[in-house]
Design a protein around this ligand. Structure first.
Ligand code: SF4
Ligand code: SF4
Length: 317
């Protein structure tokens, strides 16, 4: 048993288990136009992994078997999957809300010209990374010039109603530049709103704060800087039992480009499929077995339970 499982048992008197599946998170591929220093799936322009249409059809079949309230599409840059639009259209036809995690800069490519309108037509909720409102911090984490391009893309989305019309949600994502926990989400949201409005006259719906997980490129960086032990200790010391109910793995499954099923995108990055008897491929999706599965954990899970908690939807408490 790992340290995280032990802490969960102490806090809740049992193992971490699914509380029912309301979200299917889909990682449609690892190709990305960026190559960020903290990327937990190590996406880059060179990655070739990409979900096929056949696998997407299996996911749609799984969504029809449960009370699915959200299909959350991520990557890489999801827009670079050749079947991306067809998949969004198919999910929308089932009247299941769609969320897309966009990196913003991909929207500036010439072939993406009609993407904001496509998003609007299908009422897609957008979640976009902007780890700081200051240019220097964003470019340090995500690459030179990324800040300016991200602002341009937000302008484009604002012009299409995103972040301004209450039905067209544009959430921005903050994650710390250094090895520390995110600040209070509500306070930081007010800072973002003020600064982005004053500097660029841009708007967004809400801010999501996410803790950097000690995996992928980020763990490599921590090792290089000799800060991994301190960061792990920080996460463990900040363990907050109040976050357990909301942990995203308890309410979703995550499917990778090849159809393998995980408890979350972080376990995907670590190649830790669902276990404890639940089928590991979407072709064998079993609503009962998956909705009652025990979650596969590791010490990286302390990133989700630290402080106010962290998930793809932001702070948990
Ligand atoms: S963090 Fe997002 S934008 Fe950056 S390389 Fe990874 S998938 Fe691409
Ligand atoms: S890393 Fe994944 S499995 Fe672990 S607590 Fe977070 S969401 Fe759950």
């Amino acid at each position: 048993m790992n340290d995280f499982d032990r802490r969960i048992r102490e806090a809740k008197g049992g193992d971490l288990e699914s509380a029912g599946i309301t979200t299917i998170q889909v990682n449609v591929g690892l190709k990305c136009n960026q190559q960020c220093g903290h990327c937990h799936v190590a996406a880059s322009p060179k990655r070739k992994e990409s979900m096929s249409w056949d696998t997407m059809k299996l996911i749609i079949g799984a969504a029809e078997k449960i009370d699915c309230r959200l299909v959350d599409i991520t990557g890489g840059a999801p827009e670079l999957n050749p079947h991306f639009r067809r998949f969004v259209e198919a999910v929308d036809r089932l009247q299941i809300p769609v969320m897309v995690r966009t990196n913003l800069t991909v929207l500036l490519a010439p072939e993406m010209e009609t993407m904001p309108q496509f998003y609007r037509n299908h009422n897609v909720q957008l979640v976009a990374s902007l780890p700081c409102y200051l240019e220097e911090n964003v470019d340090r984490q995500r690459g030179s010039g990324v800040y300016r391009k991200s602002i341009e893309a937000i302008r484009l989305l604002n012009a299409n109603g995103y972040g301004r019309d209450e039905n067209l949600r544009l959430s921005l994502v903050y994650n710390p530049v250094g090895p520390h926990l995110p600040p209070n989400q509500t306070t930081l949201e007010a800072d973002y709103r003020r600064e982005l409005k004053n500097r660029f006259d841009i708007d967004f719906t809400n801010l999501i704060t996410i803790t950097n997980m000690p995996i992928g490129r980020y763990i490599g960086d921590l090792r290089k800087q000799n800060k991994l032990d301190d960061y792990m200790q920080l996460l463990k010391n900040a363990f907050n039992p109040a976050t357990i109910d909301g942990l995203m793995c308890r309410h979703q499954i995550n499917v990778d480009w090849a159809g393998n099923i995980y408890d979350c995108d972080f376990n995907l990055a670590l190649n830790m499929c669902v276990d404890h008897g639940a089928p590991t491929h979407i072709r064998d999706f079993d609503p009962r077995a998956h909705a009652n599965r025990r979650i596969v954990t590791g010490n990286h899970c302390f990133g989700c339970t630290a402080g106010c908690g962290s998930s793809c939807g932001g702070a948990l408490v």
